[in-house]
Design a protein around this ligand. Sequence first.
Ligand code: MSP
Length: 522
Amino acid sequence: MPAGDSFFIATPIFYVNDVPHIGHAYTEVAADVLARWHRQRGDDAWLLTGTDEHGQKILRTATSNGVTPQEWADKLVTESWKPLLQTVDIRNDDFIRTTDARHEKGVQTFLQKLYDDGFIYQGEFEGFYCVGCEEYKQPGDLVDGTGPFEGQQVCAIHSKPVELLQESNYFFRMSDFEQRLLDLYEQQPDFVQPDTVRNEIVQFVKQGLRDLSISRQSFDWGVKVPWDEKHVVYVWFDALLNYITAIGYGVDDDEFDRRWPAVQLVGKDIARFHAVIWPAMLMAAGLPVPKNVFGHGWLLVGGEKMSKSKLTGIAPQQITDVFGSDAFRYYFMRAITFGQDGNFSWEDISARYQAELANGFGNLASRVVAMITRYFDGTVPVAGELTDADLAVRETEVRVTAAADAAIDRFAINEALSSIWELVDTLNGYITEQEPWALAKDESKRERLATVLATSLRGLGTLTVLLSPFIPTATTTLWQSIGQGELTSQPVDRAPEWSSAPEVQPLAAGLFPRIEQPEPAK
Ligand code: MSP
């Protein structure tokens, strides 16, 4: 077991009504980068992801496709959701499905406890429900419909009519937790991040919380309420529990105590579920609340939130087929301020690929390895006396390592990459100024040539370690050429301390090859 602190990070679990798009892959990549960074820093990191398979939305999709919901979920998980993890190179430690027996059992244990402790009661529910959101709506959440729904009230997110529900349901006493939640936001100001999302949550809770209907009787695709099997558990109540059923809640106390509480990464559209309902549920069960709930922004395409239903959906593979998984990961982590919305465009990813990955980093790697191969037969040269210019490179390595590590702790993933890129630029500038190719022509400058290439290689190795959580494929290839041991065992927070192999191996091809056609054929 790593000696470091527990770092349990979870993505939301994804609805299996449809195939993944780049918005889903974005959440996965961000969580994976944070998990890889922490793992490489020696923390006891654990990345959880999975699928949300119950509820009316999945049931209806399965029915309209003529299969059972279980068959539908199995097909989507096997053919689309698990393969997504390969497509964007996610190194998750677990994958939970809400149809797993371990999960269903954990949900029932949790619910029974809340029932026994008096936090659940039976009552009549009447209200509006949006199946797209799987959420009860207040009148203020609805807007006037347009087109085919003119004259009706529709969900502001899905632009479709809501359904009137009238049922006898079980309710969770969420209103009991209003003050405790407000105290939590106050006492732990970094509980909900970023501030824009935090403010919205605080405002929402200050308006007063109602008890939450947590069971349904009109269909049976869900976890059965243990003391009244005519009811199934409300899909969000069921889904939120995945974060603890996956780590042994109720069955393996050691594992649970080792991992919980989690860092939760969610899209801002579902921050309310995670920052209001979820901590209230945990408080009722006497469990610690999550460490943080970070609500990231939306990927926009042509200025609109990308979504399959609005036909702006782009499959991650459309991008990785052209640019590869590293470029996908790099682009979304670099181009978008984590926590804000960001626009995707083919022109933008293409430009960054060329300028930053191929010309900036890839070219630097090829040049340094090629010059050591050419001028020193591949043997790593030993630096002589260091000049101010050489020392400045080393100082940059140390400075950006600390800055990137601090940025990761603030969830400022794009800032971490900007800091690391200072080293890319510094090294490229250094090589241009030092002109090793000119030094190589003069035998009396041999020692200086050795120092310049040794300094360049040192910087390149530091970059390789720092970039490995972001672009694992290219950095692994480069590491095989210059490093020793496993790249993923190099402490990322002490990246400049890496050791090179005695000899570099030539790089077979550029790390980021030329792209002939930056956009897929329409
Ligand atoms: N099943 C629920 C989550 C339950 S967690 C206990 C759900 N699933 S989802 O598949 O609809 O969305 C999963 C995540 O994808 C959410 O965090 C959502 O914000 C994110 N995204 C969906 N579209 C997105 C964009 N266009 N951009 C960025 N993220 C987006 O909600």
